[in-house]
Structures are given as structure tokens and as C-alpha cells.
Design a protein around this ligand. Structure first.
Ligand SMILES: [Zn+2]
Length: 241
């Protein structure tokens, strides 16, 4: 009987404990309280919507961060490279987007390490940031981040929820209303609901205008978290050699 309690405790520590640690500071949820907001896009690249989102960002002269699913980046390397060429930061979102609470330490390591490798192979850039699928960590993922030199990243503001499916206008209102200095905003250029990328694309100009009207500058994670000494962000296109 006792062994079951020990196993249950170990399992809870591996899953819930890791999540509590991530939320308590082991993962980045927001940046310094400067008037900046980091927009992040998960689950891409998407064959159509990723570059349409990049176009809108270019029109508004904004850099953002894309958390690629490794398999998608390998399927669409030209799209992934174009995102980097446009000056955006890239992060990894595992190789195949599993829920990490279903994976043991070995499988977790493979998902995280292969996700890094896939992004590097597709773009020529080694990703600096890691976001787990559904924002759910296990202890092995936090350990893998440390070993691989990845910054674990969550968010403080979301464009939609797992059961909350806002229209584009509602998404604009919610993101702009909830944004705060240093916020990290979670959006999707792929995944989510079937029409999520289309609604995010439709909402994006309103989100950018709304943030700026509140005095908040949309930036990449490098700009949000980086030094304020004017040094160039690490995710600039010059890295693509
Ligand atoms: Zn995801």
C-alpha cells in the first residue's frame, strides 16, 4: 500500500510540482515592467497563415516570437526561414506537440532535444526559448531546458482559451484590456480551433493598434527580456548565415 503512495507522490511531483515550479518562477511568464508587450505565436509554421501574420507584423514594423512545432518546421522549412529572415525570434514547442504529462523523462528529453534540432535544421537558428504544449511542464522538461540552454516561457495573457472561442473583435478587446507592461501574449498561427489562425490574423491589426493606443509597444521576447543597453537582439536576420 505504501509503495502506491510513494509512486503517487512522485507522479504528482513530476507533473503538478513541475507546473507549480514553472508558474512560481522556473519559467518566464512576463518581462520587466517596461511599457512593452511580447506577442508570441504557437504551433506553426502554417502553410498559409504564418506568412500572412508576418506580413501584418511587417506592415506595423513589429517583431514577434514564433514557437514552432519541430515537425511543422521540417515540413515547411521555407516558411520557417522566412519568419527568421523577417527578423522574428523563434522558439521550440517540442517536436510533435505531445502533452508532457503523458511522457516519461526519456521521451520528454527526446521531444525537447529533437524540437531544438528541427528548428535549427529548418532555419539555421538555434532556438533560445521553449514553450511546452498547452503550457504544461513536467520536471524532465524543466531539466532539459537547463541542459540545452533554453529559456522556458509561459504567458500572462491569452488570445483564446481551450473552451473559450472569441470572435476576432472579442480577441482584440480581451488582449488589449488584459495587456500590461511586460506582458507575454499567447496567440496561435496554427492549432487551437480549426479557424483560430484566421481569427488571429483578423484580430492582429486591432491588437497592435490597441496596444499602442495604451502606450504599450509590441516586441519580440528578445526585446522584452533582453538588455536595455541598445545591443542588437539575438534573433536578428544577420544570424542566418
Ligand atoms: Zn501548442
Amino acid at each position: 500500500m505504501r509503495v502506491w503512495w510513494i509512486l503517487l507522490g512522485a507522479g504528482l511531483g513530476y507533473t503538478v510540482g513541475a507546473q507549480l515550479a514553472a508558474r512560481a518562477g522556473a519559467a518566464v511568464r512576463s518581462g520587466p515592467a517596461r511599457p512593452q508587450v511580447a506577442l508570441t505565436f504557437d504551433d506553426g509554421p502554417h502553410p498559409e497563415y504564418t506568412l500572412r501574420i508576418v506580413e501584418v507584423l511587417a506592415h506595423h514594423q513589429v517583431r514577434a516570437t514564433f514557437f514552432f512545432v519541430g515537425r511543422h518546421a521540417l515540413e515547411l522549412p521555407e516558411v520557417a526561414r522566412e519568419v527568421v529572415r523577417a527578423g522574428h525570434c523563434v522558439g521550440t514547442h517540442t517536436l510533435s506537440h505531445p502533452h508532457l504529462w503523458t511522457l516519461g523523462p526519456g521521451a520528454t528529453w527526446r521531444e525537447v532535444a529533437a524540437g531544438v534540432q528541427a528548428v535549427q535544421q529548418a532555419t539555421g537558428i538555434r532556438p533560445r526559448y521553449f514553450r511546452p504544449p498547452w503550457g504544461t511542464f513536467n520536471l524532465a522538461a524543466l531539466h532539459a531546458c537547463r541542459v540545452l540552454g533554453l529559456v522556458p516561457v509561459l504567458w500572462t495573457v491569452r488570445g483564446e482559451g481551450y473552451r473559450w472561442k472569441p470572435s476576432a473583435d472579442e480577441m482584440v478587446r480581451e488582449v488589449v484590456r488584459r495587456a500590461h507592461p511586460g506582458a507575454v501574449v499567447n496567440l496561435h498561427d496554427r492549432g487551437g480551433f480549426p479557424d483560430t489562425p484566421a481569427r488571429v490574423l483578423a484580430a492582429l491589426p486591432g491588437i497592435l493598434r490597441g496596444l499602442r493606443s495604451r502606450g504599450l509597444q509590441p516586441v519580440s521576447l528578445d526585446e522584452l527580456l533582453g538588455a536595455s543597453d541598445g545591443s542588437p537582439p539575438a534573433c536578428s536576420p544577420v544570424q542566418l548565415q
